[in-house]
Design a protein around this ligand. Structure first.
Ligand SMILES: *[C@@H]1O[C@H](CO)[C@@H](O)[C@H](O)[C@H]1NC(C)=O
Length: 292
């Protein structure tokens, strides 16, 4: 026993230098690569700013973020969406805004509502277009909102669409009461009817600020080319219908990527049958909005 032990010890002593060197290099390597990994992970303001996102995907796994630039974001975030149609390109964003944000927007705009107006075409007058759009509404820009709600919503729209905030008109907040509607129309201005456009509307983002008990759907009568035989009565509420749900967003494109107006983007607001409909609309243009 003793001899064996001593022998073992002697063997250990003989191996001493290589073993010590081995452990030294091991500790060095662990320390070196460990510090590199740590600097990738949690460095604040180092040249590498990759981070592990706090996000978790559906399987409960951590999502690894990526190196990002000066104008990027450090976290992977998630904005759920559902494609409702490819003709027109329409996408739904459930729970885009909170109930509190919706109520805040209603509260700040309610005192300023006026009957909504139309952009008139040749031959149209306020008189002969009566009934086309019967809602009340008001325009409000994010800078006019001291609570900061509209700025936050606007930022989120810019992140979801990747179209900068500067391309957006002021919010048009609308209220539809029982019987009120908006007949089918285009948001983009057809140059054949309105003349050449320097700055065209290409995207509409609707944020539903309230549920509607019955009616009040946003409808797309020409979805996937249906009802386009020229016989469609633009007062009729048919086709793809989107039922407003408080806090949810609906985005659709009025133009193709080449800038031509998409005929299937015709849409309207069905009459409210029960309850009240509140919606905040943000129109995004192909150019920045001039600041006067
Ligand atoms: C623009 O794109 C649409 C859809 O892809 C296409 O139908 C149309 O012909 C194009 N128009 C022009 C002028 O290129």
């Amino acid at each position: 026993m003793r001899g064996k032990g001593r022998g073992g010890w002697e063997a250990g002593a003989k191996l001493g230098l290589p073993v010590v060197l081995f452990f030294c290099s091991l500790f060095f390597l662990v320390g070196f690569f460990g510090s590199v990994l740590l600097s990738l992970d949690i460095s604040g303001g180092g040249e590498t700013r990759r981070r592990f996102a706090e996000s978790v995907d559906g399987d409960g796994e951590e999502i690894l973020g990526m190196d990002y630039g000066e104008t990027g974001e450090d976290l992977v975030s998630s904005i759920p969406f559902q494609v409702l149609s490819m003709r027109p390109r329409a996408v739904y964003f459930p729970k885009f805004a909170t109930r509190e944000q919706c109520q805040g927007i209603i509260k700040m705009t309610k005192p300023n509502l006026r009957p909504s107006t139309l952009a008139l075409r040749k031959g149209e007058t306020v008189e002969n277009t009566k009934g086309i759009r019967t809602s009340s509404g008001t325009f409000i820009s994010a800078s006019e909102d001291k609570t900061g709600i509209l700025a936050n919503v606007e930022r989120k729209i810019a992140r979801a669409t990747m179209i900068p905030r500067a391309h957006g008109e002021a919010f048009n907040v609308l209220r539809y009461e029982i019987g009120q509607s908006y007949y089918s129309h285009y948001d983009a201005f057809n140059p054949a009817e309105y003349g050449p456009q320097k700055n065209q509307r290409i995207v509409s983002f609707l944020l539903y600020l309230s549920d509607v008990k019955e009616g009040g759907e946003t409808m797309f009568p020409f979805e996937n080319g249906l009802n386009m035989d020229g016989l469609y009565d633009y007062k009729k509420c048919i086709g793809l219908k989107v039922k407003p749900r408080q806090g949810d967003g609906l985005l659709f494109y009025s133009a193709f990527p080449n800038g031509t107006i998409d005929a299937t983007s015709l849409h309207g607001s069905c009459p409210v049958i029960k309850g009240e409909k509140w919606v905040a609309t943000k129109w995004l243009r192909d150019q920045e909005i001039d600041k006067e």
